[in-house]
Design a protein around this ligand. Structure first.
Ligand SMILES: [Cu+2]
Length: 247
């Protein structure tokens, strides 16, 4: 959550904290030059964020909209604990008979998260990195439903949902998982092709209960129902590769 006190009028913040707060809120370079002088404004936009304390770097990850980095941006080193790559794969597939169309015929394309199951400790940051294709990283939450085309059940441990913007090859989207539990995640353009994954957030060997039940969406339900994606297996394995999923 963004602190409401981070404004240019709050003189209790140090310059470094104030710059970080302003960067969070997208204040223009012109205003920064006016407030801090050209040097501070230029250094802030010039990639010196690594000089800021880690706690302030972490504060840039919004609980609903995460933190996007275009292919031209450098993801701050030391911030990422896990990486998931997003793929669209045409031609010979990892899985036969997946995904299927309405007539039960195989669609000759696989869109997927790899790994498709991931164990994360509370507070850790995941970098969702786009290998190829156009995707989103979106939580299963009613907020992101698009009736009458699709309705999303609530399958997150928080009382709010989260999503990336549309992201393209080379982009990264960072999200920090803070609340223990099971998070089912989808790609909005490729939900019907079964592009979903599961993140389990817990301390070390704790296994959160899986209370969600079967997902009544073709292809996506098959992925989340695979035996390798039970919370117990994800916690025990640490991660589950797409090619190892039983489909
Ligand atoms: Cu996708």
């Amino acid at each position: 959550m963004r602190p409401e006190t981070d404004t240019i009028d709050d003189l209790t913040l140090s310059d470094a904290e104030l710059i970080a707060a302003l960067k969070n809120h997208g204040v223009s370079r012109r205003l920064l030059m006016k407030v801090f002088g050209a040097g501070a404004a230029l250094s802030m936009f010039g990639g010196t964020a690594a000089a800021l304390p880690d706690s302030r770097q972490g504060a840039k990850i919004d609980e609903t909209y995460g933190a996007p980095y275009s292919a031209a941006d450098n993801v701050p080193s030391g911030l990422v604990d896990h990486t998931v790559t997003l793929h669209i794969h045409e031609g010979p597939a990892n899985h036969s008979d997946f995904p299927l169309d309405e007539d039960g015929a195989e669609i000759p394309v696989e869109t997927f998260f790899d790994p498709v199951g991931l164990h994360v400790r509370p507070g850790e940051v995941v970098n969702f990195h786009i290998h190829n294709g156009l995707h989103t990283v979106t939580s299963f939450h009613p907020k992101f439903s698009e009736p009458p085309f699709f309705t999303l059940p609530d399958r997150v441990a928080t009382d709010y949902g989260f999503t990336s913007p549309p992201v393209t090859p080379g982009d990264s989207w960072l999200y920090r998982f803070t609340t223990q539990g099971v998070y089912d995640i989808l790609c909005l353009p490729h939900l019907e092709l079964g592009m979903v994954m599961r993140v389990v957030v817990s301390g070390d060997s704790n296994v959160p209960a899986d209370t969600y039940g079967p997902l009544p969406i073709p292809n996506a339900g098959d992925v989340l129902g695979a035996p390798e994606l039970t919370p117990a297996n994800i916690v025990s394995e640490g991660s589950v590769a797409w090619e190892d999923l039983s489909l």
